[in-house]
Design a protein around this ligand. Structure first.
Ligand SMILES: [Zn+2]
Length: 211
């Protein structure tokens, strides 16, 4: 998980959010189910594109890149079942993968990546994430951030970082400037916010003390 920044409210939500909330809560208060077209408005294409941009097309929780294989879900950080009044609230929406969405279900986590810096609460230890606070522990468990499929993908990233680091150190020893430059650039790119599993790379680079 990395810290994210909320974009301005999409126009469609600015225009309709209040009315959608009022109508939706009216149905609930009358003990009725809201019609599908109303209930699903939080997934409006304008809203989905904006949360997708906020996360650089990655899952807000596990940092997997999404659109190559899967379209991604608009997620309610505070679960919509428990907080129906936040169903169309911009600050409560983000973009996640189906597996994280499914793991979290109607559970609540305190670690909202738009408000809290995740690295203060969880850190990488190799390819695994360890908690350094109670809210970090809660997020890791509820979202299942150490599931096998994620560890395997992060292992690929970790191996790539090791290879680049070795090439960088070797080039430095031999004084080959062009290779030093190229590997340094590649290492930096792995840690960019838009890069998949960037938190792992940032942790790695911090320890490696290359930069
Ligand atoms: Zn995910």
């Amino acid at each position: 998980m990395i810290k994210l920044t909320k974009a301005p409210v999409p126009e469609v939500l600015e225009r309709n959010g209040e009315a959608w909330t009022r109508d939706y809560l009216n149905y609930l208060n009358q003990g009725q189910e809201a019609p599908e077209h109303l209930a699903s408005q939080y997934r409006h294409v304008e809203i989905k594109l904006t949360v997708k941009e906020e996360t650089s097309d990655k899952c807000a929780y596990c940092e997997s890149k999404l659109s190559h294989v899967y379209h991604g879900d608009v997620e309610h950080i505070k679960p919509k079942k428990r907080y129906p009044a936040l169903r169309y609230t911009w600050d409560n929406l983000t973009f996640v993968c189906a597996i994280c969405n499914n793991s979290k279900r109607d559970n609540e986590i305190q670690l909202n990546p738009y408000i809290i810096e995740p690295s203060q609460h969880m850190q990488f230890y190799g390819c695994g994430i360890i908690s350094i606070s109670m809210i970090g522990k809660e997020a890791i468990e509820v979202i299942d951030l150490n599931r096998t499929s994620l560890i395997e993908k992060r292992k690929d990233k970790f191996d790539r970082l090791i290879q680049l680091q070795n090439a960088y150190l070797e080039a430095q020893k031999k004084g080959i400037d062009v290779v030093i430059e190229r590997t340094a650039e590649a290492l930096r790119a792995e840690g960019l916010k838009s890069s998949e599993h960037s938190a792992l790379a940032q942790g790695f680079l911090k320890i490696s003390q290359i930069f």
